[in-house]
Each structure stands twice: as C-alpha cells, then as structure tokens.
Design a protein around this ligand. Structure first.
Ligand SMILES: NC(=O)c1ccc[n+]([C@@H]2O[C@H](COP(=O)([O-])OP(=O)(O)OC[C@H]3O[C@@H](n4cnc5c(N)ncnc54)[C@H](O)[C@@H]3O)[C@@H](O)[C@H]2O)c1
Length: 260
C-alpha cells in the first residue's frame, strides 16, 4: 500500500531519523516530532506538550495516520529518562491511537531496548506500572541521589515493553485491528552510543554487557527496516511482541530455555 502516513517521534537523530529516511524513500509521508529539527517541535517530557499532541498532529494530518512510531528516548541517569522513555512514549501511543481509526491497515510500534532484560529498580518500576509520574520522578531522583541513576533507563524500557504487551491485546488495539509491538535494539551506532563505542576499552565493556555475535554494532537503518515492516500494511497478525534487534545479545544471554 503506497502513500502511508507515519508519525515518528525522535525523528531528528539516530533510529528515528533513519526510519524517517527509509519510509520517505519508499514514498510514504512522515510527520516527525522532536525537540529540534522536526515538523512538530515538541518536548515529550512535558505533560502539556503530550496533552496537545493529538490536536497538533491532527492539524497536520486531517485524514489521520496509518502508523505511529514512538522512538524518542534519552539515556541519562535521572528523572528525565523516565519522563521521555516511558511517559512520553505511552502518551504518543495513547494520544495518537484515535488518529489511526480511519486507516485500512493501522499499526503502532515503540522502541524499547535490550536493557529491558536488565534488572530494574523495583520502586521505580512500580510507579511506572501505575502510571504515577510524580512517584516515578521521585523514585528516579532517589536513584540519582544514591548514585544508581543508571537503573532509570533499563527500568523505563522494561515498563514500556510491559505496557505494549499488556495493551496490545485489548479492545482498543487488537480489537480495533491495530498491531502494537516493541522493538528492543542492542548496540546501534547513534549519538546515544557514540561515547561508548569511541575507545576499544569502552567498546569491550559494552559488548561484555550486550554481546553482538552477529555482525557487531548495527547501523540505525537496521532497526528502521524492522520498524517499517511492523508498521506496514503487511503486518496484520504480529502483535504484543518485543522483538530483539540486537545482533544476538538476547539469544546469547538467555539461551534456548525461555519458553513455558
Ligand atoms: N542506540 C542504541 O544502541 C539504542 C539501543 C537500544 C534502544 N535505543 C533506543 O532507541 C531510541 C532512539 O535512540 P537513538 O539511539 O536513535 O538516539 P538519538 O539520541 O540519536 O535519538 C534520540 C532522539 O530523541 C529525541 N528526543 C530526546 N528527548 C526528547 C523529548 N523530550 N521530546 C522529543 N524528542 C526527544 C532526540 O532529540 C533525538 O533526536 C531511544 O528510545 C533509545 O532508548 C537505542
């Protein structure tokens, strides 16, 4: 189906930008949302910007959307990471879902992370599961104060992946014919990982944590291709999945015995 209209958050850089480029190269239209260089310059950490998102997007796409990609994220050791990665992504999906109603083949996807598998901080995870933003901010601040701010990122991604799985099979999503999935990238060459990949020592440390036996670190286009398929008209039956696009990290660390 040609000429689909996609909404992509985080469209100014890395995976979001690669997704925009790929979709546009295929003749689709992309409305990008980001804090800079976007069709809609919006801050997804800000509840007011999130609340206005549906009206803002509807003004640019009066006939609605075919697909929503919640890609924007940050990896900082504090509350901003919970605000953007969880509350920003959930608001993107929830606020824009009604705009998918007119599409003959709607779809949505969120970008989680391989870090979904890392141990979360339980108080923060509980606040995110409850969609309690003040509670989550307080828990993330407490982690940062204890020097454990690095736990905010994996916890935000775990909660996002859980949200996708839980919602995917509800009347609002599956019942409305909308596949809803998450992609969990491993190590992708973007500004987010540039420092970690900069020296042999930091690279080795990263690949100890996130092994990449299949071709090492990936280019953002690799994830874009998966996002493009998951949100294409071809995908009518894959939903509720957290798909690891991680060069083999998940299979290496979890092994074969994950079923049951
Ligand atoms: N790079 C990796 O190895 C990797 C691995 C796993 C998951 N991810 C996830 O992939 C997604 C994209 O990351 P990337 O690697 O392309 O990083 P990136 O830094 O290149 O791009 C992130 C984009 O999100 C935007 N953004 C950040 N805060 C925002 C806000 N408050 N409102 C709106 N936009 C905002 C940024 O401006 C930027 O354009 C993120 O969710 C990230 O957590 C990346």
């Amino acid at each position: 189906m040609a000429g689909r209209t996609h909404l992509v958050t985080g469209s100014a850089s890395g995976i979001g930008r690669a997704t925009r480029e790929l979709l546009e190269s295929r003749g689709d239209r992309v409305i990008g949302v980001d804090v800079h260089d976007a069709d809609l310059v919006r801050d997804l950490s800000d509840p007011e910007h999130r609340a206005g998102l549906r009206a803002d997007v509807a003004a640019l796409a009066p006939d609605g959307l075919d697909a929503v990609h919640a890609v924007a994220g940050v990896n900082l050791p504090g509350p901003l990471t919970a605000r953007v990665n969880y509350f920003g992504a959930v608001a993107t999906l929830r606020e824009l879902r009604p705009l998918l109603a007119k599409s003959p083949a709607p779809a949505a996807v969120a970008v989680a992370s391989f870090a979904t598998l890392m141990p979360p901080d339980e108080p923060l995870l509980a606040a995110l599961r409850a969609e309690d933003e003040p509670g989550a901010v307080a828990a993330a601040e407490a982690l940062a104060d204890r020097g454990q701010g690095v736990l905010v990122y994996p916890t935000s991604k775990r909660a996002l992946a859980e949200w996708v799985r839980e919602r995917s099979v509800t009347p609002e999503w599956a019942g409305a014919g909308i596949p809803l999935n998450a992609v969990a990238p491993g190590v992708i060459r973007t500004p987010m990982t540039a420092e970690l990949l900069a020296t042999p020592e930091s690279r080795d440390a990263l690949f100890q944590q996130v092994p990449a036996p299949l071709n090492g670190a990936a280019e953002p286009a690799a994830v874009a291709g998966l996002l493009a398929w998951l949100t294409s008209a071809e995908n009518r039956h894959v939903t509720g999945q957290v798909i690891f696009s991680d060069s083999g990290a998940e299979a290496t660390l979890r092994g074969p015995h994950i079923f049951g």
